[in-house]
Each structure stands twice: as structure tokens, then as C-alpha cells.
Design a binder for this molecule. Structure first.
Ligand SMILES: *Cc1c(COP(=O)(O)O)cnc(C)c1O
Length: 403
């Protein structure tokens, strides 16, 4: 008889967003005349930039001609895009990354999840707490996380990110093999400086660990001390894989385009991980559509860059509105300066779900309870800057009124 992957049965239900949706639906049913403002949106809301859609239109037309038709493309992405990425995201910031170290994909979420394919099952994995759930669940599916007991996976190494440590994980006190880091962070909105990242490179070198660096929110960085890439740090190419995405940078959440960097210098036991990832992608992935890659290329044109920056600026302005209003309302807030996320401490040690309920029922504002991102998220709520400016202002007025 065929057998299922039993690891899937160990996964707790993903109740966070469905519970929120149910609570919101119940509230609007009981209060049909009350307005609800969603400040928990985890998706961009601004449309694609004109340069991007124009490039996509041109690519669509090309596809309808005999000369311009593109069938299966290279699994790793077209050279025109890989070369642009190297030039604009790396060379322009004085990093030496080669086009064949770039793997274009349909998402950083897929890549963060799929990367586990090239690692053995018995690696010890470290994750931040709170955390983007993809890192945890995909390792659980692979059998690397152990069992889920009292809110914790028995084989994962949790690195609490708390107010005491400024939401910066501390170096593991034991030897871990794979370390997931995400900066600017989702959900806390906190970013890491070069100085804060340096010890991680050293730790990884000393312990033979690999850092999986999720840089999905790189475009939101405003602080010059915050690196846009892990490879801005010396020695990072020997220990780190980096994930980037056009999703938050350029509004590609619905069009799907991202890339992963696996430097040739990164070797385990003499084997280049670049070759393994290439083998994995060639076997299981058939590339991102030509039309989409032409759209992504346009993000790097002068106009495309200016247009996409405008949307980022808009979200960052919203983040500032949220930070200022919540601070004025007496809350302690973190993040929102180099990220579209604000991590707010609940008042008087209130549980995050209780504060979520209070904001929904009294102010009609939907947030995300921090406890949904891991045990250390208890006592916090996450707000996002992806709403419209008008709604952001309105939601903040309502919250100020009730606090
Ligand atoms: C949104 C997000 C991504 C991007 O995922 P895509 O699949 O590229 O849309 C990656 N990592 C984190 C932490 C995110 O929040």
C-alpha cells in the first residue's frame, strides 16, 4: 500500500489567517453599518508600474510572432534578467556576484521552501521566533523539525527575538547547521546592520553552517548602515544563500518573479551548493514565463526604478503614519523604518489575541496577532503599511480614540 508523508500529519492547522477572517466576518455580520479597515494585509496594493506593464505588453506581442516566440526558457532564467540583476543589485553596490550564481524563480516563498531539497534530513535547523512560517513548515514536511509539542518543534533550534535583544536573534549556544535569517524582518519590521550581521558569518564559518538569508524587503531599506544583501559582508559568499523577490519590491505578488543567489564559493565537503541547486531546479522547475521576466527586467530601467520607488515611498510614508499615531496613543512600537511592518507591543501585557479583538470590536481595525508567528510573538500585534494612505490615517484616528 502506498504511504503518505506522515510529517504532514504533524503540522498544526494554519489557523492564523482563517481565524482572523472568521472573526472579521462575524463582526461585520453583527455590525453591518460599521466600517472595517484592514491593517493586516500582507500583500502589496499598488498596481504594477507603467514601465513594467509596457514591457510585458511588448513581450506578449513578441510571443505571437514566429521570430519572437519563446517556448521553454532556461530553468535558471534568461541571461538578460540575470545580467541586469548582477549589474544593478550587486555590482552597483560593489558586490561580485556572477550571472550563473543567480537562479530566477517564481517566488522567494517557493525557493525558501524548496532549498531544503539539497540538504540532508539530519541537519539541525535554527529559526527566529517570531518567524515567517514557511521556514518552519517546510522543514517539518521534510522531517527535519521533529514533533510539534506545546507550540514548539522538538528538533528546531528557536532563536527568540524579543524586546530585550532588540528583536535581533542571539548566536546559537549549540552547533546548528542551517540558519534562517530574514532582514528587514517579517513580522517584526526590524532590520539588521552590517555590524549586527558580522558575527553570523563568523559563526557559520566556524561551525560549517549555511545561512539562508531572506532579503525580500530589501527595497524598503532607508538606513545606510543596513546592508541590502548579506554579500555586503566579507566572507558571506562562503556561507550564505540569498533569497530576493520582485513581489514587495515591484508589486509582483500576482505576477510571480524572484531569484535566489547561490555563490560558487559556498561548498560543503568540497561540493558546490550552486551545482546542487542547479540540478534541483533543472529537474523540478521549468522557468519563469518570458513575459514576466521582461517585466522584471523593466524594474531596472531608469523609469521603472523611479516608478517602483514611488510605491515603496508611499508604503514607507504609511508606516511612519502608523508608528507616529501608535506612539502618540501610548503604545511601544518597533519596525516600520526599513520595512512595511510595524510590531506594536500590546498595552498592559494584554494577550495579542485579546488586543486584536479589542481593536476589531472597538475601532473596526483588523491587525495580525503576534502569537500567530510563534511563541515570542505573544504580547504584540503586527500592522502593515500596505493599505491606502486615507485608510491608514482613518484607522489610526480610530485606534487613538479608543486607547
Ligand atoms: C512576501 C515575502 C516573501 C516573498 O515571497 P514571494 O514568493 O516571492 O512572493 C519572502 N519572504 C518573506 C519573509 C515575505 O514576507
Amino acid at each position: 500500500m502506498a504511504k503518505i508523508n506522515e510529517n504532514y500529519l504533524k503540522l498544526p492547522g494554519s489557523y492564523l489567517f482563517s481565524t482572523i477572517a472568521k472573526k472579521v466576518a462575524a463582526y461585520s455580520e453583527q455590525n453591518p453599518d460599521k466600517e472595517i479597515i484592514k491593517m493586516g494585509i500582507g500583500d502589496v496594493t499598488k498596481p504594477l508600474a507603467p514601465s513594467v506593464t509596457e514591457a510585458m505588453h511588448r513581450a506578449v506581442d513578441e510571443m505571437g510572432t514566429a521570430e519572437g516566440f519563446h517556448g521553454y526558457g532556461p530553468e535558471q532564467g534568461y541571461d538578460f534578467l540575470r545580467e541586469k540583476i548582477v549589474e544593478k543589485d550587486y555590482k552597483a553596490r560593489e558586490m561580485d556576484i556572477k550571472p550563473d550564481e543567480i537562479f530566477v524563480s517564481d517566488g522567494a516563498k517557493s525557493d525558501c521552501g524548496n532549498i531544503g531539497d539539497i540538504f540532508a534530513k539530519d541537519n539541525k535547523v535554527a529559526v527566529c521566533d517570531p518567524v515567517y512560517p514557511v521556514y518552519v513548515d517546510t522543514n517539518a514536511m521534510a522531517g527535519r523539525a521533529g514533533d510539534f509539542v506545546n507550540g514548539h518543534w522538538t528538533n528546531l533550534y528557536y532563536m527568540p527575538c524579543t524586546e530585550e535583544n532588540g528583536f535581533m536573534p542571539e548566536l546559537p549556544e549549540e552547533k546548528v547547521d542551517i540558519i534562517y535569517l530574514c532582514f528587514p524582518n517579517n513580522p517584526t519590521g526590524v532590520s539588521a546592520t552590517r555590524e549586527q550581521l558580522k558575527p553570523w558569518i563568523k559563526y557559520a564559518k566556524e561551525n560549517g553552517s549555511v545561512i539562508l538569508y531572506d532579503s525580500a524587503y530589501e527595497a524598503f531599506i532607508t538606513d545606510p548602515d543596513v546592508p541590502h544583501s548579506i554579500y555586503e559582508l566579507d566572507g558571506a559568499k562562503e556561507v550564505a544563500i540569498e533569497f530576493r523577490s520582485f513581489s514587495k519590491t515591484a508589486g509582483f505578488t500576482g505576477t510571480r518573479c524572484a531569484y535566489t543567489v547561490v555563490p560558487h564559493e559556498l561548498k560543503l565537503n568540497g561540493t558546490e551548493l550552486n551545482g546542487l541547486w542547479n540540478r534541483r531546479q533543472c529537474t523540478k522547475f521549468n522557468g519563469v514565463p518570458y513575459i514576466i521576466q521582461r517585466g522584471a527586467e523593466a524594474v531596472y530601467s531608469d523609469e521603472g526604478y523611479a516608478e517602483t520607488r514611488e510605491a515603496i515611498r508611499y508604503y514607507l510614508d504609511n508606516a511612519k503614519i502608523i508608528r507616529d499615531a501608535l506612539t502618540e496613543a501610548g503604545l511601544t512600537v518597533y519596525g516600520g523604518e526599513n520595512a512595511p511592518y510595524i510590531w506594536a507591543k500590546t498595552p498592559d501585557g494584554m494577550k495579542s489575541w485579546d488586543f486584536f479583538d479589542k481593536l476589531l470590536e472597538e475601532a473596526g481595525v483588523v491587525t495580525t496577532p503576534g502569537a500567530g508567528f510563534g511563541p515570542s510573538g505573544e504580547g504584540y500585534i503586527r500592522l502593515t503599511a500596505f493599505s491606502t494612505k486615507e485608510n491608514t490615517i482613518k484607522a489610526m484616528e480610530k485606534i487613538k480614540k479608543i486607547l
